[in-house]
Design a protein around this ligand. Sequence first.
Ligand SMILES: Cc1cc2nc3c(=O)[nH]c(=O)nc-3n(C[C@H](O)[C@H](O)[C@H](O)COP(=O)(O)OP(=O)(O)OC[C@H]3O[C@@H](n4cnc5c(N)ncnc54)[C@H](O)[C@@H]3O)c2cc1C
Length: 132
Amino acid sequence: MTILNRSKRCRCLPLLWERCRATRSITYLENTRVTRIDEGEHGLSVDTTGRSGEQRLDIDYLIAAIGRRPRMPALDPRLEGRVGPLTEAGILFLAGDVRGGRTRQASIAFADGVRAATEIAAAAGRRDACAS
Ligand SMILES: Cc1cc2nc3c(=O)[nH]c(=O)nc-3n(C[C@H](O)[C@H](O)[C@H](O)COP(=O)(O)OP(=O)(O)OC[C@H]3O[C@@H](n4cnc5c(N)ncnc54)[C@H](O)[C@@H]3O)c2cc1C
């Protein structure tokens, strides 16, 4: 396994970093940018450029983790500044990474989804009760 970091800064949990450094089968390359991804002989070929110059890696799988800022491309630009008020009013529900907090974990995203569904069901129940 090869980890490419385009900068020198490592922002993972310190425990993960220690484990990574202690694992011989993991190669870590800092200040290394991916310049091209193409089909390789067996999987993919990835061109990189870094301190030690340019190199090509032949790989089976590629996982890209790019960007920490949540994006909601489907959201109409007119609503961008109104996410907070719409959420507080119980009209818009955000669940998971898109909430933009520091905690980005699968279990938290799952729990957010359950909470949102429960709140929506409760609000729908209140509306039904008012209608009858
Ligand atoms: C490399 C990496 C390693 C990780 N390791 C762990 C780990 O070990 N343990 C852990 O708990 N968490 C880990 N995470 C974090 C975890 O993956 C996320 O917290 C979790 O997936 C968030 O779930 P989500 O549903 O909010 O977002 P996502 O899983 O990103 O799901 C969002 C979905 O929305 C879809 N989508 C986007 N735009 C649109 C659109 N306009 N219309 C329709 N669909 C759209 C996307 O295609 C995607 O399927 C890791 C994340 C990364 C990147």
